[in-house]
Ligand binder design. Structure first.
Ligand SMILES: O=C(O)[C@H](O)COP(=O)(O)O
Length: 313
C-alpha cells in the first residue's frame, strides 16, 4: 500500500476522497518538526507540501523511496526541482487552482487602497464626520500594470477590465503575437518594464522569485512610479524591497501598498519593525492564494495528481 506523507495543511475531504486505500499520514505540524518529518518519510512514496516544507538536500536524503511530490500551490521555490528530476521524483503543482483567489486579493486591495475610506469606523462611531479627509479614488479609469502576464495575472486583468480599468502588462517570455494580449474582453497593452512602472496607477507583481526578479522593484523603480500609485505584491517576497516600500509610503510618494509575501516568512517582529506606523499599508500573511474555496480546489487537484501518479504508472 503506497505511503503518503502530508506535512502542511490541506482540505481533509480531499484526502478522504482521493487518497483512500493509501497509508496516509496527515500531520500539518510536521513542517515545523524536521526530525519527525524525516522519520515519517522513511518508506514514503509521496509527499504533499505547501510553501514551507523545504523539499531539498536533507529531506530528499531522508526519503529514498519518494516517487512524487504534490505541491498545494503553484510557486516551486521551496522545491529543488532539478534534484527531484535527477532522482526520478515527479513534482505536481496545483496549476490554476488558486488563480481566482489571488486575482480577487489584487482587485480587493487595489479598491481598498485607492478609496481609502474604510479605516474610520472608530472615528465615525465617536461622532467625528471626516468626509473631506476620506474622499478617495475610484478604480474605474485607472491603469493596472501587471509585471508578469501568466495565468494569475490574466485572471486579474479580466476582473480589472470588468471594472473599467485600463490594463497593461510586461512579460518578456510572451511574444507580441501571443493571443493572451488580445482576450475577448479587449486588448492588453504590451509594455517594457520601465514604461509599465512609469504609467501604472496600480502596479501588481506576478513573477516568481529568480535571480532575474530579486530586487526588481526597489527604491529606484518605486521613485519612477506615478505619485500616489498603489503597489501590490502577492507574488514572492524578495521581488520588492520592503524598506523602500515603507519609505515611499511614509513620504507620500506611494498612495498605498499591499504586501502578502516577504523576504523572510514568517515575518518576525524584528523584520516587521520597518513597517511600524507606516500609512496606507495592508500586510497579510501569504494568504492571497488561500481561501476556503481555493483550499478545496488546490487540495483536490493535488491529491488527485498524487493518486494518479502512484496508481496509473
Ligand atoms: O505558490 C502559491 O500557489 C501560493 O504562494 C500559495 O502557496 P501555499 O501552498 O503555501 O498556500
Amino acid at each position: 500500500m503506497p505511503k503518503v506523507v502530508i506535512s502542511e495543511f490541506m482540505d481533509e475531504a480531499a484526502i478522504a476522497a482521493e487518497l483512500q486505500g493509501f497509508d496516509t499520514l496527515y500531520d500539518p505540524g510536521l513542517v515545523d518538526r524536521p526530525d519527525a518529518l524525516a522519520a515519517a518519510l522513511k518508506g514514503a512514496d509521496a509527499l504533499i507540501v505547501r510553501n514551507r516544507t523545504q523539499v531539498r538536500g536533507a529531506l530528499l536524503e531522508a526519503a529514498p523511496d519518494l516517487k512524487v511530490v504534490g505541491r498545494l500551490g503553484v510557486g516551486l521555490d521551496n522545491i529543488d526541482v532539478a534534484a527531484c528530476k535527477d532522482r526520478g521524483i515527479a513534482v505536481y503543482p496545483a496549476t490554476g487552482a488558486n488563480d481566482g483567489a489571488v486575482a480577487e486579493y489584487v482587485i480587493g486591495t487595489a479598491m481598498l487602497l485607492l478609496r481609502g475610506a474604510y479605516g474610520a469606523t472608530a472615528e465615525v462611531a465617536a461622532g467625528t464626520w471626516p468626509r473631506n479627509a476620506l474622499m478617495g479614488r475610484e478604480i474605474a479609469g485607472k491603469r493596472l500594470g501587471l509585471v508578469g502576464f501568466g495565468a494569475i495575472a490574466r485572471e486579474t486583468a479580466r476582473r480589472a477590465a470588468a471594472l473599467d480599468m485600463m490594463v497593461s502588462a510586461h512579460d518578456p517570455f510572451l511574444g507580441a503575437d501571443d493571443p493572451a494580449w488580445t482576450p475577448p474582453y479587449g486588448g492588453i497593452a504590451r509594455r517594457d518594464l520601465d514604461a509599465l512602472i512609469a504609467e501604472s496607477d496600480v502596479l501588481s507583481l506576478h513573477v516568481p522569485l529568480t535571480e532575474g526578479t530579486r530586487g526588481l522593484i526597489g527604491a529606484e523603480a518605486i521613485a519612477r512610479m506615478p505619485k500616489g500609485a498603489v503597489l501590490i505584491n502577492a507574488a514572492r517576497g524578495g521581488v520588492v524591497d520592503e524598506a523602500a516600500v515603507a519609505a515611499a509610503l511614509r513620504s507620500g510618494h506611494l498612495g498605498g501598498a499591499a504586501l502578502d509575501v516577504f523576504d523572510r516568512e514568517p515575518l518576525d517582529a524584528a523584520a516587521g519593525a520597518v513597517f511600524a506606523g507606516v500609512p496606507n499599508l495592508v500586510l497579510t500573511p501569504h494568504i492571497a492564494g488561500v481561501t476556503q474555496e481555493s483550499n478545496v480546489r488546490v487540495s483536490a487537484v493535488t491529491a488527485r495528481a498524487v493518486r494518479r501518479h502512484l496508481t496509473e504508472r
